[in-house]
Design a protein around this ligand. Structure first.
Ligand code: FMN
Length: 159
């Protein structure tokens, strides 16, 4: 396999850009994620790729819930903000309008819409990201309009 071709082809996969919200033991966090797809109608399941070395992965494992917040075409700066890792001295959600969803994970009030998931399975034997399978248990639409995609941002995550 030519690694450059592999990278080029994988980077052509279309992706959305989402803010994934997590909460555990009174702590909340969120990160920018793009490796997400629906994988079942009944029950409604999504699969999300999550970096195993991120703080958010630990919280998803511990709490078993997460939110997926969709952004509109003007909200690339929000995605940019949530790319940074959370640190002891860096609360990414400070100054961001959120409310706890029905699962307890944070919903971004300024997002286009969101859905909430309960973790049903985690496949993490292989690779640097785990595949988290979540059942969609709640959803809300704040306003209508097209969602931000990875192509809109000009960024890459993949290859
Ligand atoms: C364009 C883009 C897409 C990303 N997609 C994902 C993703 O799908 N899954 C993931 O775990 N991290 C993804 N990341 C990386 C996380 O946003 C990053 O590791 C973040 O710091 C994790 O936050 P945390 O350390 O507060 O948990 C992406 C980063 C960028 C720039």
């Amino acid at each position: 396999m030519d690694p450059q071709v592999k990278k080029t082809v994988l980077r052509k996969l279309p992706h959305g850009v989402y803010i994934i919200g997590v909460a555990h033991n009174g702590h909340t966090n969120a990160f920018t994620g793009t490796w997400l797809t629906q994988v079942s109608f009944t029950p409604p399941l999504v699969a999300l790729g999550v970096r195993k070395d991120s703080g958010s992965f630990q919280m998803i494992q511990d709490a078993g819930v997460f939110t997926v917040n969709l952004l509109d075409k003007t909200q690339k700066p929000i995605a940019e903000h949530f790319v940074k890792p959370a640190g002891a001295d860096h609360d990414k959600l400070a100054g961001i309008r959120t409310r706890p969803g029905s699962t307890g994970a944070p919903v971004l009030e300024d997002a286009l819409g969101y859905f909430e998931c309960r973790v049903r399975e985690i496949a993490n034997a292989q690779g640097d990201h785990a595949v988290v399978i979540g059942e969609v248990v709640d959803a809300g639409l704040h306003r209508d309009g097209p969602a931000l995609t990875l192509m809109d941002t000009g960024w890459h995550y993949g290859g």
